[in-house]
Design a protein around this ligand. Sequence first.
Ligand SMILES: Cc1cc2nc3c(=O)[nH]c(=O)nc-3n(C[C@H](O)[C@H](O)[C@H](O)COP(=O)(O)OP(=O)(O)OC[C@H]3O[C@@H](n4cnc5c(N)ncnc54)[C@H](O)[C@@H]3O)c2cc1C
Length: 419
Amino acid sequence: MSQTEHRNIVIVGGGIIGCTTAYYLSRHPSYTPDTTTITLVEASAHGPAQGASGKAGGLVAKWAYPRELVDISFPEHVRLAEENNGAERWGWRFVGCGSWEGKGEELGESGSGVGIGGQKKSLEKTLGLDSPSNAGSSSQTSRDETGLPDDLKWVKDGLTESYSPMSGPEGTAQVHPYLFTTSMFELAKDKGVQLVTGSATSIERSDGRVTGVSYRVPNDGSEQKIIPATHVILSAGAWSPSLVPSLPISATRAHSVTICPKPTVTISPYVLFTEIQLPPTKSSKRGRIVTPEIYARPDNEVYACGPGDDSRLPDNVDNVEVDQKACESIREHVASISQELREGTVEKRQACFLPVVSIGGGPVIGEAEKIARGLYIATGHTCWGICNAPGTAKVMAELVMDGKIRSGNLKKLSPSRFL
Ligand SMILES: Cc1cc2nc3c(=O)[nH]c(=O)nc-3n(C[C@H](O)[C@H](O)[C@H](O)COP(=O)(O)OP(=O)(O)OC[C@H]3O[C@@H](n4cnc5c(N)ncnc54)[C@H](O)[C@@H]3O)c2cc1C
Protein backbone atom coordinates (compact mmCIF):
# COMPACT_ATOMS: atom_id res chain seq x y z
CA MET A 1 0.00 0.00 0.00
CA SER A 2 1.40 3.42 -0.89
CA GLN A 3 1.63 6.20 1.69
CA THR A 4 -0.94 8.30 -0.18
CA GLU A 5 -3.63 5.60 -0.45
CA HIS A 6 -6.64 5.88 1.86
CA ARG A 7 -6.30 3.60 4.90
CA ASN A 8 -9.32 1.48 5.84
CA ILE A 9 -8.46 0.08 9.26
CA VAL A 10 -10.85 -2.53 10.64
CA ILE A 11 -10.50 -3.60 14.28
CA VAL A 12 -12.22 -6.90 15.13
CA GLY A 13 -13.33 -7.01 18.78
CA GLY A 14 -14.46 -4.24 21.11
CA GLY A 15 -12.79 -5.33 24.33
CA ILE A 16 -10.13 -3.23 26.04
CA ILE A 17 -7.52 -4.11 23.41
CA GLY A 18 -9.70 -3.15 20.44
CA CYS A 19 -11.13 0.01 22.03
CA THR A 20 -7.78 1.27 23.31
CA THR A 21 -6.20 0.58 19.91
CA ALA A 22 -8.99 2.61 18.30
CA TYR A 23 -8.17 5.44 20.73
CA TYR A 24 -4.41 5.40 19.95
CA LEU A 25 -4.99 5.20 16.19
CA SER A 26 -7.33 8.18 16.40
CA ARG A 27 -4.65 10.16 18.33
CA HIS A 28 -1.79 9.25 16.00
CA PRO A 29 -0.18 12.38 14.43
CA SER A 30 -0.80 11.13 10.89
CA TYR A 31 -4.47 10.29 11.47
CA THR A 32 -7.11 12.43 9.84
CA PRO A 33 -10.61 11.22 8.94
CA ASP A 34 -9.91 12.31 5.35
CA THR A 35 -7.00 9.90 4.95
CA THR A 36 -7.97 7.12 7.35
CA THR A 37 -11.22 5.32 8.16
CA ILE A 38 -11.27 3.32 11.40
CA THR A 39 -14.08 0.80 11.98
CA LEU A 40 -14.51 -1.30 15.11
CA VAL A 41 -16.54 -4.49 14.61
CA GLU A 42 -18.04 -5.84 17.83
CA ALA A 43 -20.19 -8.97 18.05
CA SER A 44 -22.17 -8.08 21.17
CA ALA A 45 -25.58 -6.51 20.69
CA HIS A 46 -24.82 -4.41 23.81
CA GLY A 47 -21.73 -2.66 22.50
CA PRO A 48 -18.10 -2.77 23.64
CA ALA A 49 -16.74 -4.19 26.92
CA GLN A 50 -19.22 -7.04 27.41
CA GLY A 51 -16.50 -9.70 27.84
CA ALA A 52 -13.47 -9.96 30.14
CA SER A 53 -12.71 -6.28 29.64
CA GLY A 54 -15.92 -5.26 31.37
CA LYS A 55 -15.77 -7.91 34.08
CA ALA A 56 -12.12 -7.97 35.18
CA GLY A 57 -10.64 -6.75 38.44
CA GLY A 58 -8.83 -3.77 36.96
CA LEU A 59 -5.38 -4.03 38.54
CA VAL A 60 -2.58 -2.09 36.81
CA ALA A 61 0.79 -3.10 38.24
CA LYS A 62 4.45 -2.37 37.63
CA TRP A 63 5.09 -5.99 38.68
CA ALA A 64 2.78 -7.45 36.02
CA TYR A 65 4.17 -9.25 32.96
CA PRO A 66 5.60 -9.39 30.35
CA ARG A 67 8.00 -6.73 31.55
CA GLU A 68 8.74 -5.11 28.17
CA LEU A 69 5.02 -4.45 27.63
CA VAL A 70 4.34 -3.35 31.22
CA ASP A 71 7.17 -0.82 30.92
CA ILE A 72 5.28 0.86 28.07
CA SER A 73 1.80 0.36 29.51
CA PHE A 74 2.17 1.62 33.08
CA PRO A 75 3.36 5.15 32.21
CA GLU A 76 0.71 5.29 29.48
CA HIS A 77 -1.99 4.50 32.05
CA VAL A 78 -0.68 7.37 34.18
CA ARG A 79 -0.69 9.73 31.18
CA LEU A 80 -4.15 8.70 29.96
CA ALA A 81 -5.57 9.26 33.43
CA GLU A 82 -3.94 12.70 33.70
CA GLU A 83 -5.08 13.82 30.24
CA ASN A 84 -8.65 12.53 30.45
CA ASN A 85 -9.47 12.91 34.13
CA GLY A 86 -9.26 9.16 34.58
CA ALA A 87 -9.76 9.46 38.34
CA GLU A 88 -13.32 10.69 37.78
CA ARG A 89 -13.98 8.97 34.50
CA TRP A 90 -12.71 5.42 35.11
CA GLY A 91 -11.73 5.25 38.77
CA TRP A 92 -7.95 5.50 38.27
CA ARG A 93 -6.01 5.56 41.54
CA PHE A 94 -2.97 4.04 43.20
CA VAL A 95 -3.95 1.27 45.56
CA GLY A 96 -2.42 -0.82 48.33
CA CYS A 97 -1.94 -4.41 47.20
CA GLY A 98 -0.85 -7.42 49.17
CA SER A 99 -1.14 -11.13 49.71
CA TRP A 100 -3.31 -11.99 52.71
CA GLU A 101 -3.26 -15.36 54.46
CA GLY A 102 -5.55 -16.46 57.22
CA LYS A 103 -8.61 -18.36 58.32
CA GLY A 104 -12.20 -18.05 57.18
CA GLU A 105 -15.07 -18.09 59.65
CA GLU A 106 -17.99 -20.50 59.59
CA LEU A 107 -20.86 -19.31 57.34
CA GLY A 108 -22.56 -22.59 56.56
CA GLU A 109 -21.55 -25.12 53.91
CA SER A 110 -19.61 -23.37 51.16
CA GLY A 111 -19.88 -24.17 47.48
CA SER A 112 -17.46 -25.91 45.16
CA GLY A 113 -15.67 -22.74 44.03
CA VAL A 114 -16.24 -23.66 40.37
CA GLY A 115 -19.15 -24.86 38.32
CA ILE A 116 -20.23 -28.46 38.63
CA GLY A 117 -17.69 -30.63 36.82
CA GLY A 118 -15.38 -27.65 36.43
CA GLN A 119 -11.70 -27.72 37.16
CA LYS A 120 -9.99 -24.99 39.15
CA LYS A 121 -7.33 -22.92 37.43
CA SER A 122 -5.36 -20.06 38.93
CA LEU A 123 -5.58 -16.78 37.01
CA GLU A 124 -1.79 -16.55 37.64
CA LYS A 125 -1.52 -12.81 38.22
CA THR A 126 1.27 -13.15 40.78
CA LEU A 127 3.67 -14.96 38.41
CA GLY A 128 5.37 -11.60 37.86
CA LEU A 129 6.45 -11.64 41.49
CA ASP A 130 8.68 -14.73 41.24
CA SER A 131 11.75 -12.60 41.80
CA PRO A 132 11.81 -11.11 45.31
CA SER A 133 13.31 -7.90 43.89
CA ASN A 134 10.05 -7.28 42.07
CA ALA A 135 8.14 -6.92 45.33
CA GLY A 136 8.40 -3.57 47.02
CA SER A 137 7.99 -2.58 50.61
CA SER A 138 4.89 -0.73 51.67
CA SER A 139 5.01 2.70 53.23
CA GLN A 140 2.01 1.64 55.35
CA THR A 141 2.48 1.04 59.03
CA SER A 142 1.13 -2.22 60.32
CA ARG A 143 -0.85 -2.68 63.47
CA ASP A 144 0.75 -5.96 64.61
CA GLU A 145 3.19 -8.71 63.70
CA THR A 146 0.89 -10.08 60.97
CA GLY A 147 1.83 -7.05 58.85
CA LEU A 148 -1.82 -5.97 58.37
CA PRO A 149 -1.76 -2.22 57.49
CA ASP A 150 -3.34 0.15 60.02
CA ASP A 151 -5.98 1.34 57.59
CA LEU A 152 -6.98 -2.09 56.25
CA LYS A 153 -9.90 -2.53 58.63
CA TRP A 154 -12.29 -4.49 56.45
CA VAL A 155 -10.67 -7.88 57.09
CA LYS A 156 -10.77 -9.31 60.60
CA ASP A 157 -7.59 -8.96 62.67
CA GLY A 158 -8.21 -12.20 64.52
CA LEU A 159 -8.41 -14.23 61.29
CA THR A 160 -5.26 -12.76 59.74
CA GLU A 161 -2.07 -14.80 59.81
CA SER A 162 0.02 -12.64 57.51
CA TYR A 163 -0.13 -9.75 55.09
CA SER A 164 2.73 -8.97 52.66
CA PRO A 165 2.69 -5.93 50.36
CA MET A 166 3.30 -6.63 46.67
CA SER A 167 4.70 -3.24 45.76
CA GLY A 168 5.65 0.16 47.07
CA PRO A 169 3.10 2.98 47.19
CA GLU A 170 3.14 3.85 43.45
CA GLY A 171 3.78 0.33 42.16
CA THR A 172 0.14 -0.75 41.90
CA ALA A 173 -2.88 1.13 40.60
CA GLN A 174 -6.36 0.29 39.41
CA VAL A 175 -9.03 1.27 36.91
CA HIS A 176 -12.67 0.30 36.63
CA PRO A 177 -12.22 -1.87 33.52
CA TYR A 178 -15.72 -1.37 32.06
CA LEU A 179 -15.47 2.41 32.48
CA PHE A 180 -11.93 2.51 31.10
CA THR A 181 -12.84 0.44 28.02
CA THR A 182 -16.04 2.32 27.22
CA SER A 183 -14.25 5.66 27.77
CA MET A 184 -11.52 4.67 25.32
CA PHE A 185 -14.24 3.81 22.81
CA GLU A 186 -16.19 7.05 23.37
CA LEU A 187 -13.01 9.16 23.05
CA ALA A 188 -12.11 7.31 19.83
CA LYS A 189 -15.65 7.84 18.52
CA ASP A 190 -15.30 11.58 19.13
CA LYS A 191 -12.46 11.54 16.56
CA GLY A 192 -14.46 9.64 13.95
CA VAL A 193 -14.05 5.93 14.79
CA GLN A 194 -17.15 4.01 13.67
CA LEU A 195 -18.80 1.04 15.39
CA VAL A 196 -20.34 -1.82 13.41
CA THR A 197 -22.36 -4.34 15.42
CA GLY A 198 -21.74 -7.74 13.90
CA SER A 199 -19.79 -10.95 14.22
CA ALA A 200 -16.77 -11.10 11.92
CA THR A 201 -16.80 -14.39 10.04
CA SER A 202 -13.65 -14.17 7.94
CA ILE A 203 -10.71 -11.98 7.03
CA GLU A 204 -10.70 -11.58 3.25
CA ARG A 205 -7.38 -11.65 1.38
CA SER A 206 -6.07 -11.32 -2.12
CA ASP A 207 -2.46 -11.59 -3.42
CA GLY A 208 -1.15 -12.11 0.13
CA ARG A 209 -2.80 -8.94 1.50
CA VAL A 210 -5.93 -8.32 3.52
CA THR A 211 -8.80 -6.83 1.54
CA GLY A 212 -11.70 -6.82 3.96
CA VAL A 213 -13.62 -8.32 6.87
CA SER A 214 -16.84 -10.29 6.33
CA TYR A 215 -19.40 -10.18 9.11
CA ARG A 216 -22.93 -11.11 9.99
CA VAL A 217 -25.37 -9.29 12.21
CA PRO A 218 -26.53 -11.94 14.72
CA ASN A 219 -30.24 -12.79 14.56
CA ASP A 220 -31.15 -10.35 11.77
CA GLY A 221 -31.29 -13.03 9.05
CA SER A 222 -29.59 -10.81 6.49
CA GLU A 223 -26.75 -11.73 4.17
CA GLN A 224 -23.11 -11.59 5.12
CA LYS A 225 -21.62 -8.14 4.55
CA ILE A 226 -18.04 -7.00 3.83
CA ILE A 227 -16.12 -4.00 5.12
CA PRO A 228 -13.21 -3.20 2.79
CA ALA A 229 -9.90 -3.08 4.66
CA THR A 230 -6.30 -2.14 4.00
CA HIS A 231 -5.37 -3.11 7.58
CA VAL A 232 -7.14 -5.57 9.92
CA ILE A 233 -6.38 -5.71 13.63
CA LEU A 234 -7.56 -8.91 15.30
CA SER A 235 -8.34 -8.22 18.96
CA ALA A 236 -11.19 -10.65 19.57
CA GLY A 237 -9.83 -11.97 22.88
CA ALA A 238 -10.64 -15.64 23.49
CA TRP A 239 -12.55 -15.74 20.18
CA SER A 240 -9.51 -14.78 18.06
CA PRO A 241 -8.80 -18.35 16.80
CA SER A 242 -12.24 -18.41 15.15
CA LEU A 243 -10.72 -16.03 12.57
CA VAL A 244 -7.08 -17.20 12.65
CA PRO A 245 -7.27 -20.88 13.63
CA SER A 246 -3.50 -21.31 13.96
CA LEU A 247 -3.42 -18.92 16.94
CA PRO A 248 -2.58 -20.93 20.09
CA ILE A 249 -5.20 -19.20 22.25
CA SER A 250 -7.46 -21.07 24.64
CA ALA A 251 -10.28 -19.71 26.78
CA THR A 252 -10.61 -19.85 30.57
CA ARG A 253 -13.91 -18.89 32.18
CA ALA A 254 -13.84 -17.06 35.50
CA HIS A 255 -16.65 -15.82 37.75
CA SER A 256 -16.84 -12.65 39.76
CA VAL A 257 -19.23 -10.72 41.97
CA THR A 258 -19.53 -7.11 43.04
CA ILE A 259 -20.63 -6.27 46.57
CA CYS A 260 -22.03 -2.98 47.81
CA PRO A 261 -21.24 -2.58 51.53
CA LYS A 262 -23.68 -0.82 53.89
CA PRO A 263 -23.67 2.97 53.33
CA THR A 264 -22.07 3.57 56.74
CA VAL A 265 -19.04 1.43 55.86
CA THR A 266 -15.93 2.83 54.13
CA ILE A 267 -13.72 0.33 52.35
CA SER A 268 -10.08 1.51 52.29
CA PRO A 269 -8.21 1.18 48.95
CA TYR A 270 -6.65 -2.28 48.92
CA VAL A 271 -6.50 -5.21 46.54
CA LEU A 272 -5.95 -8.53 48.27
CA PHE A 273 -4.69 -11.82 46.87
CA THR A 274 -6.03 -14.10 49.55
CA GLU A 275 -5.30 -17.60 50.75
CA ILE A 276 -8.18 -18.49 53.05
CA GLN A 277 -8.31 -21.70 55.05
CA LEU A 278 -12.03 -22.44 55.33
CA PRO A 279 -13.47 -24.17 58.40
CA PRO A 280 -13.58 -28.00 58.25
CA THR A 281 -16.65 -29.56 56.61
CA LYS A 282 -17.94 -33.12 56.22
CA SER A 283 -16.31 -33.33 52.79
CA SER A 284 -13.05 -31.65 53.82
CA LYS A 285 -11.92 -32.45 57.37
CA ARG A 286 -8.95 -30.05 57.30
CA GLY A 287 -10.88 -27.25 55.62
CA ARG A 288 -10.27 -26.26 52.02
CA ILE A 289 -7.97 -23.45 50.92
CA VAL A 290 -9.58 -20.93 48.59
CA THR A 291 -7.91 -17.96 46.91
CA PRO A 292 -10.33 -15.22 45.82
CA GLU A 293 -8.91 -11.86 44.72
CA ILE A 294 -10.66 -8.89 46.36
CA TYR A 295 -10.62 -5.35 44.92
CA ALA A 296 -11.86 -2.27 46.78
CA ARG A 297 -13.02 0.34 44.25
CA PRO A 298 -13.25 4.14 44.57
CA ASP A 299 -17.06 4.19 44.64
CA ASN A 300 -16.90 1.85 47.68
CA GLU A 301 -17.93 -1.12 45.52
CA VAL A 302 -15.96 -4.31 46.17
CA TYR A 303 -15.17 -6.72 43.33
CA ALA A 304 -14.11 -10.31 43.97
CA CYS A 305 -13.19 -13.06 41.53
CA GLY A 306 -12.57 -16.78 41.85
CA PRO A 307 -10.51 -19.33 39.93
CA GLY A 308 -10.93 -20.25 36.26
CA ASP A 309 -12.67 -23.31 34.84
CA ASP A 310 -12.86 -25.25 31.57
CA SER A 311 -16.36 -24.30 30.46
CA ARG A 312 -16.76 -24.25 26.66
CA LEU A 313 -16.48 -20.87 24.91
CA PRO A 314 -19.90 -19.92 23.46
CA ASP A 315 -20.20 -18.51 19.93
CA ASN A 316 -20.96 -14.98 21.18
CA VAL A 317 -20.01 -12.99 24.29
CA ASP A 318 -23.72 -12.38 24.96
CA ASN A 319 -24.20 -16.14 25.49
CA VAL A 320 -21.66 -16.65 28.31
CA GLU A 321 -23.31 -18.74 31.02
CA VAL A 322 -23.07 -17.67 34.64
CA ASP A 323 -22.96 -20.46 37.23
CA GLN A 324 -24.79 -19.01 40.22
CA LYS A 325 -23.14 -21.54 42.56
CA ALA A 326 -19.67 -20.36 41.57
CA CYS A 327 -20.72 -16.76 42.30
CA GLU A 328 -22.20 -17.74 45.66
CA SER A 329 -18.95 -19.52 46.56
CA ILE A 330 -16.95 -16.35 45.91
CA ARG A 331 -19.36 -14.35 48.08
CA GLU A 332 -19.13 -16.89 50.91
CA HIS A 333 -15.36 -17.05 50.74
CA VAL A 334 -14.82 -13.30 50.97
CA ALA A 335 -17.59 -12.96 53.58
CA SER A 336 -15.75 -15.53 55.72
CA ILE A 337 -12.94 -13.02 56.40
CA SER A 338 -14.88 -9.74 56.44
CA GLN A 339 -17.92 -8.60 58.39
CA GLU A 340 -18.24 -5.59 56.06
CA LEU A 341 -18.49 -7.83 52.98
CA ARG A 342 -20.76 -10.32 54.75
CA GLU A 343 -23.25 -7.54 55.49
CA GLY A 344 -23.04 -6.05 51.99
CA THR A 345 -25.41 -6.61 49.07
CA VAL A 346 -24.29 -8.58 46.03
CA GLU A 347 -25.01 -6.43 42.96
CA LYS A 348 -23.48 -8.36 40.05
CA ARG A 349 -22.92 -12.05 39.49
CA GLN A 350 -21.01 -12.52 36.24
CA ALA A 351 -18.63 -14.67 34.20
CA CYS A 352 -16.26 -14.05 31.30
CA PHE A 353 -13.50 -15.73 29.32
CA LEU A 354 -9.91 -14.62 29.42
CA PRO A 355 -7.69 -15.36 26.41
CA VAL A 356 -4.78 -17.59 27.40
CA VAL A 357 -1.76 -18.36 25.23
CA SER A 358 -1.86 -22.15 25.46
CA ILE A 359 1.86 -22.64 24.68
CA GLY A 360 2.88 -20.07 27.33
CA GLY A 361 4.24 -16.56 26.94
CA GLY A 362 2.38 -13.89 25.06
CA PRO A 363 0.42 -11.82 24.44
CA VAL A 364 0.74 -12.05 20.65
CA ILE A 365 1.38 -8.59 19.21
CA GLY A 366 2.42 -7.64 15.70
CA GLU A 367 1.86 -8.14 11.98
CA ALA A 368 1.14 -11.70 10.85
CA GLU A 369 2.60 -11.19 7.40
CA LYS A 370 3.01 -14.94 6.88
CA ILE A 371 -0.79 -15.18 6.83
CA ALA A 372 -1.40 -11.89 5.03
CA ARG A 373 0.23 -8.49 4.84
CA GLY A 374 -1.89 -5.93 6.64
CA LEU A 375 -3.12 -8.48 9.21
CA TYR A 376 -2.18 -7.46 12.76
CA ILE A 377 -2.74 -9.57 15.89
CA ALA A 378 -3.25 -8.15 19.37
CA THR A 379 -4.54 -10.87 21.64
CA GLY A 380 -3.71 -13.46 24.32
CA HIS A 381 -3.32 -11.02 27.20
CA THR A 382 -4.28 -13.66 29.82
CA CYS A 383 -4.79 -12.09 33.26
CA TRP A 384 -3.05 -8.78 32.47
CA GLY A 385 -5.00 -7.31 29.54
CA ILE A 386 -6.32 -4.33 31.51
CA CYS A 387 -2.83 -3.42 32.64
CA ASN A 388 -1.24 -3.99 29.23
CA ALA A 389 -3.87 -2.47 26.94
CA PRO A 390 -2.28 1.00 26.56
CA GLY A 391 1.14 -0.42 25.65
CA THR A 392 -0.43 -2.84 23.19
CA ALA A 393 -2.54 -0.10 21.64
CA LYS A 394 0.38 2.32 21.39
CA VAL A 395 2.58 -0.14 19.50
CA MET A 396 -0.30 -1.29 17.28
CA ALA A 397 -0.90 2.33 16.25
CA GLU A 398 2.81 2.74 15.51
CA LEU A 399 2.89 -0.45 13.45
CA VAL A 400 -0.14 0.44 11.37
CA MET A 401 0.53 4.16 10.91
CA ASP A 402 4.37 4.24 10.86
CA GLY A 403 5.14 0.71 9.68
CA LYS A 404 7.22 -0.15 12.74
CA ILE A 405 7.13 -0.29 16.52
CA ARG A 406 8.95 2.74 17.95
CA SER A 407 8.23 2.40 21.66
CA GLY A 408 10.21 -0.67 22.62
CA ASN A 409 11.45 -4.08 21.57
CA LEU A 410 8.52 -6.50 21.47
CA LYS A 411 10.09 -9.11 19.15
CA LYS A 412 9.42 -11.73 21.82
CA LEU A 413 5.68 -11.18 21.28
CA SER A 414 5.78 -11.26 17.47
CA PRO A 415 3.12 -13.48 15.82
CA SER A 416 5.89 -15.36 13.95
CA ARG A 417 6.91 -16.88 17.30
CA PHE A 418 3.42 -18.20 18.02
CA LEU A 419 1.74 -19.06 14.72
C1 LIG B 1 -11.82 -12.66 36.55
C2 LIG B 1 -10.82 -11.86 35.78
C3 LIG B 1 -10.10 -10.85 36.41
C4 LIG B 1 -9.16 -10.13 35.69
N1 LIG B 1 -8.49 -9.12 36.32
C5 LIG B 1 -7.58 -8.39 35.64
C6 LIG B 1 -6.86 -7.34 36.28
O1 LIG B 1 -7.08 -7.05 37.46
N2 LIG B 1 -5.90 -6.68 35.57
C7 LIG B 1 -5.62 -6.99 34.27
O2 LIG B 1 -4.72 -6.39 33.70
N3 LIG B 1 -6.31 -7.96 33.63
C8 LIG B 1 -7.27 -8.67 34.28
N4 LIG B 1 -7.95 -9.67 33.65
C9 LIG B 1 -7.62 -10.00 32.23
C10 LIG B 1 -8.34 -9.08 31.26
O3 LIG B 1 -9.69 -9.01 31.59
C11 LIG B 1 -8.16 -9.60 29.83
O4 LIG B 1 -6.82 -9.87 29.55
C12 LIG B 1 -8.67 -8.56 28.84
O5 LIG B 1 -9.94 -8.11 29.19
C13 LIG B 1 -8.68 -9.13 27.43
O6 LIG B 1 -9.19 -8.11 26.61
P1 LIG B 1 -9.54 -8.38 25.09
O7 LIG B 1 -9.96 -7.09 24.51
O8 LIG B 1 -8.42 -9.12 24.45
O9 LIG B 1 -10.73 -9.45 25.14
P2 LIG B 1 -12.31 -9.31 25.50
O10 LIG B 1 -12.55 -8.38 26.61
O11 LIG B 1 -12.79 -10.70 25.64
O12 LIG B 1 -12.88 -8.66 24.19
C14 LIG B 1 -12.96 -9.35 22.98
C15 LIG B 1 -14.13 -8.78 22.23
O13 LIG B 1 -14.16 -9.31 20.93
C16 LIG B 1 -15.48 -9.52 20.56
N5 LIG B 1 -15.50 -10.53 19.51
C17 LIG B 1 -15.17 -11.82 19.61
N6 LIG B 1 -15.30 -12.44 18.43
C18 LIG B 1 -15.72 -11.49 17.56
C19 LIG B 1 -16.04 -11.52 16.18
N7 LIG B 1 -15.92 -12.63 15.44
N8 LIG B 1 -16.48 -10.38 15.59
C20 LIG B 1 -16.59 -9.22 16.31
N9 LIG B 1 -16.30 -9.16 17.63
C21 LIG B 1 -15.86 -10.27 18.24
C22 LIG B 1 -16.13 -10.01 21.83
O14 LIG B 1 -17.55 -9.87 21.75
C23 LIG B 1 -15.48 -9.13 22.86
O15 LIG B 1 -16.19 -7.92 23.08
C24 LIG B 1 -8.91 -10.41 34.34
C25 LIG B 1 -9.65 -11.41 33.69
C26 LIG B 1 -10.60 -12.12 34.41
C27 LIG B 1 -11.37 -13.18 33.69
